[in-house]
Design a protein around this ligand. Structure first.
Ligand code: HEM
Length: 106
């Protein structure tokens, strides 16, 4: 997955954070059946994909209302591929509390 989610023929500038690549105009995720397969594919595709997707959205929604997430500007993730892609350095993200009106209301 780590490799196929970064293949140049399917993804434009694959290492860039670019959510618009999933927009209806671009749909880079649909250029190949398995270009985008975070939940696997075929007969063993994840049965919890819709539930899992909702959980992630609910969690990130609450997190982003309250915190700014940061890594140092020069940070390079170190991915351990031994048991699947895994951040070997523990992914040191700093959470800074937001102070705006949205954060206070949350
Ligand atoms: C973001 C969350 C999740 C991700 C990224 C994820 C990812 C995956 C992937 C990649 C597979 C395929 C493994 C393979 O090809 O052998 C899989 C299978 C599976 N997932 Fe998930 N999953 C998630 C959440 C869930 C949840 C919430 C459930 C249950 C409530 C679940 C239940 C399963 C089961 C039972 C399988 C095995 C399906 C089979 O072998 O037929 N997953 N998942």
């Amino acid at each position: 997955m780590y490799a196929s989610h970064r293949m140049e023929p399917f993804w434009h500038d694959p290492d860039r954070f670019d959510p618009e690549r999933f927009s209806p105009e671009r749909r880079e995720d649909q250029r190949h059946k398995y270009a985008w397969a975070p939940f696997g594919g075929g007969v063993h595709k994840c049965i919890g994909l819709h539930f899992g997707g909702m959980e992630v959205k609910a969690l990130l929604h609450q997190l982003l209302l309250r915190f700014e997430l940061r890594v140092p500007a020069t940070y390079e993730p170190f991915i351990d591929m031994a048991t699947g892609p895994y951040p070997a350095d523990g992914l040191p993200i700093e959470l800074r509390p937001l102070t705006g009106s949205v954060a206070r209301a949350a």
